[in-house]
Design a protein around this ligand. Structure first.
Ligand code: FES
Length: 162
């Protein structure tokens, strides 16, 4: 169930979109920016306010990998599994992260501190294998020690204990 403040945010996005056509994707993006993901209740409200079927709203949102229907972690750790990274050990990096964080790829820790994902090539193949944190920090030419350091850094910077 959405909190009052969250409902206000969804309403504000929809108020701004009032009367505009073809606004669904922009609304989904803005609601996700405000809430961090697209909760079922928000999807229902979007459907009602834009006079679109819920199936239609979900159909559009689920087409794009960018949209998320479950809460995500405060830290998004992405292991590149593109060809160059795969050849240079991305699978071991991913397995190590899964074991240390105690979650599988695509999952979020219970305390919402970390979401672990995979990503296709991030354009730094010469540095393979590569991991990104929060889409802003990139770590390349990873060794097992560096993987441990990244995990520790994510835990300590944000007070995470996973
Ligand atoms: S395959 Fe990983 S950066 Fe290109």
């Amino acid at each position: 169930m959405l909190q009052k403040e969250e409902l206000k945010k969804v309403d504000a996005v929809l108020d701004d979109a009032a009367g505009q056509r073809g606004i669904l994707i922009a609304v989904l993006q803005r609601v996700q920016e405000k809430l961090g993901y697209l909760p079922e209740e928000a999807m229902q409200i979007i459907s009602e306010r834009l006079a679109l079927s819920l199936t239609n709203v979900y159909g559009v949102a689920s087409f794009y990998k960018h949209f998320h229907f479950k809460p995500r972690g405060r830290n998004i750790v992405k292991v590149c599994t593109g060809t160059a990274c795969h050849v240079r050990g991305a699978t071991s990096v991913l397995t190590e992260m899964e074991n240390k964080f105690g979650i599988k790829e695509g999952e979020t820790t219970k305390d919402l501190s970390v979401t672990l994902e995979t990503v296709g090539c991030v354009g730094c193949c010469a540095l393979a294998p590569v991991v990104t944190v929060n889409d802003k920090d990139l770590y390349g030419e990873l060794t097992p020690k560096m993987v441990d350091d990244i995990i520790e850094m994510v835990r300590s910077e944000h007070g995470t204990r996973v």
